[in-house]
Structure formats: structure tokens, C-alpha cells
Write a protein that binds this ligand. Structure first.
Ligand SMILES: [Zn+2]
Length: 443
């Protein structure tokens, strides 16, 4: 290893943040993954009693895995593991070896707590910097970070990566949208980090203030933490005048920066030197052949504090291993259509909010804001789609007919469409509320 320089194989190192790692030939990447997987298993076995029990039950024990394909023999981890073993039962390190804790808000029951060693935090900032660079951010850029700071991993994750990259970080967090617009303009932000719904809220407030952000320095938008459609991407790009790039992460695995699109915007490069990605059939748990859609499963390969073995993300996607035109060898995760948990079953039809979004965004006469309201009428689910007219002028009854026809023909469900006046659909202050489920809770 290392005998051939990158110049000799025609790779321009300036196009990558970590040229060696990002362009590593697949065989070497696979060998690295296998070695790191075994180190992860050893860490989990030695330090996490829950994992030790599971590895013993799976017949692996403290043994080694000989081939990557044998990962299918390993037990799964799920989100409830973190709640069931609250707060630190899944951790492989204790204080003083821990450097930080994050936690989810926990809408039901206990929050999920995740922990990091200093080494974990270093890897996280490296991967986040790598992601920012892949998206088009560069050293010296003013990076406006509108992800929420605090226990949520978005704000601090993006912050550390932006610093590692050598950017000028503006730690704005969410909210006070009018002030955000002024800061973007006055500080000359070139990069905007936010949820896609909040990026749109910024665009709208700017337009109301008569500020044309398309003429600002903004060039790169790094948007994640909620699923969004290709139609929403085009909408944001045209209103903010930037390239909108999709970033993916989840706190159980690390936080933002697990995967990110490159400038080609053709799927998210999953950083395979730190994570092992699989797609399984969500019903049977069996691995699916390359390219088929299923549930994304991730194993961490370098995490010390919280090694995750085959974590079921509930996100539905496909993996592509063919080489990307950018020169990176790491596989690509196709845009995530939705999380299994977000899937609505409406009269037997599976519907993701993002599918409805794809129909709505870009339809003439509509503003790109919407909410889905679910109710139960007798024994049947009823879906109401609240959309917003682009102006108070148009014929709402025409818009209503048009939208309901498109939802029926493209998503396959019958929805009652309610057209609201401009500004009536609530705006995102961070994470968008796409669904209001008013159905009685089953207890
Ligand atoms: Zn690429």
C-alpha cells in the first residue's frame, strides 16, 4: 500500500478533503471495513453487556468475522435499545473517557442518549468537513449555520465540521428569521446549513423584506435532518440562487455527516471508511440484492463510546456502488423517500409525506408550504391536504380540483384539499411539522 501516488492514477487531490480515503479503491476499502468491523465487535463484546449477550446468542461470541458478507449473521440494534437501556446501557465508555452527550427530545417516554469520546468527536468533525467540502464549501467561506444548537446533533455537528474545514462559522441556530436574512447578506455567507423547510422559510422572509438572496454570496446549501423531494430542491435552488445538497445523518450513528451528496447531486456518498451500509427487507430482515429498495442498516466502524452493530435506521432507500463521476469511490445512498415511522397508511395505501410534497411543490398557483391532517371518520382514515395559494387572487376552487386530481393520479389516495390564504400554513422554525395526526390513539 502507498507505493502508487494519486498523481500517477490521475487523481487531483485538490478536489477532495481527504483525497486518500475518499478515492480508495474498493478492495482496499473493503479490507479496511473488515478490520474495523472486527475492532468494533471486540469493543462492543468487551464493554457492552447487552451486545455481548446478543453476540453470544448469535454464535459469534468474541470471535472474528472473516468476510464482510458475514455481517448478515450479526444481531440488529434498534432505536428502542437506547431507550430500554437509558441512559448509558449501550455505551462502551464511561466518564472520564466521554467528551460529550447528546439526546433526542423524546416525544414519547425517555429520550435517546448518545455519547462520544474525544476521538469520536474528532472523526465526526472530519467527516462533516469532508461532507461540506464535497458539497462545494471551501476554506475561508462564511458558513451560516441555522441548524438548532443544543442537545440536537445538527447545530454542533455542522459547527465543528465547518471549523475543521477552515470556514468562518456563524452559529445562528434556528429562529429569528428576519435577522438571519440580514446576517446572510451583511456577513456575505457563501454556505447555508439548515433544514430544507427552514431554508424555504428564510427565502420567503427575504422576499417579503424585498431582499433578493439570489444576488447574495450564497452558493451552496447543505440541507438535511428531514426528508425532502426533488421538487423541493428545485424550488429552494431557484429562490435562494444556490446549489442545494442533501446531507444525511442520525444521532444514533453519529449525527450529520454520515453521508452527503457531492456537487453532482446524484445520491449521497456514504462514508464507508467509518460506516458499513446495508439494505434489508424491513419485514424479513434479510439482506436485499444490490440496488433494491429497503431499510437502511448501518454499522459504525470507528465509534468508541457508542459502537452500533447493524442499526436499523427505519429509512427506506437503495444503495448504488457504481463509481460516481466526481471520482469518489464510496457508495451512494439514493435520496431517502421517507422513514418507515413517517409512512402513513391511508385506506390501505402506503403514503410518505414526501410523495405528496413532490406533487404539490411546483404546481402553478401554489406556495410550497403544506400540512397533512389525518382524522378518523368512523372506521376509515381521512386525509386532508392543506395547501397554500401563492396569491389571494386566484380561483381557489380551481386550485383545489387540480391538486386533488394530481394527488389521486400520482400517489393513489383520495384527499380532501383545503386551499389556505397566503401565509396561513405554519412555517418551519427548524424541523417542519408535515403531519397533524388527529386520529384517536390506540391504547
Ligand atoms: Zn460523487
Amino acid at each position: 500500500m502507498g507505493a502508487i501516488t494519486m498523481a500517477e492514477v490521475g487523481i487531483d487531490a485538490r478536489r477532495f478533503f481527504h483525497p486518500q480515503q475518499e478515492t480508495m479503491p474498493r478492495e482496499r476499502l473493503a479490507a479496511l471495513q473488515l478490520a474495523r468491523l472486527n475492532a468494533t465487535l471486540a469493543n462492543a463484546y468487551a464493554n457492552v453487556p447487552v451486545q455481548r449477550k446478543r453476540l453470544d446468542a448469535a454464535g459469534i461470541g468474541a470471535g472474528r468475522i472473516e468476510r464482510l458478507a458475514d455481517v448478515a449473521r450479526l444481531p440488529f440494534s434498534v432505536k428502542t435499545d437506547l431507550r430500554d437501556h437509558y441512559p448509558f446501557g449501550m455505551f462502551a465508555r464511561k466518564s472520564p473517557d466521554l467528551a460529550r452527550l447528546h439526546a433526542s427530545s423524546g416525544t414519547t417516554g425517555k429520550p435517546t442518549v448518545v455519547g462520544y469520546t474525544q476521538n469520536d468527536l474528532d472523526h465526526w468533525s472530519e467527516l462533516m468537513a469532508r461532507s461540506l467540502f464535497a458539497a462545494g464549501a471551501r476554506r475561508g467561506d462564511v458558513i451560516h449555520n441555522a441548524y438548532g444548537y443544543g442537545l440536537f446533533t445538527g447545530g454542533l455537528g455542522a459547527h465543528a465540521g465547518a471549523e475543521r474545514l477552515g470556514g468562518v462559522v456563524v452559529p445562528v441556530s434556528g429562529g429569528s428569521t428576519e435577522r438571519q436574512v440580514a446576517l446572510i447578506v451583511d456577513f456575505g455567507a457563501r454556505v447555508l446549513c439548515a433544514t430544507p423547510s427552514y431554508a424555504l422559510a428564510i427565502a420567503e422572509v427575504a422576499e417579503q423584506q424585498g431582499v433578493d438572496l439570489r444576488r447574495s454570496a450564497l452558493a451552496v446549501g447543505m440541507f438535511g435532518a428531514e426528508p425532502w423531494s426533488a421538487a423541493m430542491r428545485r424550488e429552494i435552488e431557484s429562490r435562494l440562487g444556490l446549489r442545494a445538497v442533501d446531507i444525511y445523518g442520525l444521532s444514533e450513528i453519529m449525527g450529520p455527516g454520515v453521508a452527503c451528496e457531492c456537487e453532482r447531486q446524484d445520491g449521497l456518498h456514504g462514508w464507508e471508511d467509518h460506516f458499513l451500509f446495508e439494505v434489508i427487507d424491513p419485514d424479513t430482515g434479510k439482506p436485499l440484492p444490490e440496488g433494491e429498495a429497503g431499510e437502511l442498516v448501518i454499522t459504525t466502524l470507528t465509534k468508541q463510546a457508542l459502537p452500533m452493530i447493524r442499526y436499523r435506521t427505519r429509512d427506506i432507500t437503495r444503495l448504488a456502488r457504481e463509481r460516481c463521476g466526481c471520482g469518489r469511490t464510496h457508495l451512494r445512498i439514493r435520496r431517502i423517500t421517507g422513514r418507515n415511522d413517517d409512512m402513513l397508511i391511508i385506506r390501505g395505501v402506503n403514503v410518505y409525506p414526501s410523495q405528496i410534497e413532490a406533487v404539490l411543490v411546483g404546481l402553478p398557483g401554489l406556495a410550497p408550504h403544506y400540512q397533512l391532517v389525518l382524522e378518523r371518520h368512523g372506521s376509515l382514515d381521512a386525509l386532508t391536504v392543506e395547501v397554500e395559494a401563492a396569491s389571494g387572487e386566484g380561483l381557489f376552487s380551481e386550485i383545489q380540483k387540480h391538486v386533488s386530481h394530481h394527488i389521486k393520479s400520482r400517489v393513489g389516495v383520495t384527499a380532501t384539499v383545503v386551499v389556505k390564504q397566503p401565509g396561513e400554513v405554519p412555517r418551519s422554525q427548524g424541523k417542519a411539522v408535515r403531519v397533524r395526526d388527529l386520529r384517536p390513539k390506540v391504547t
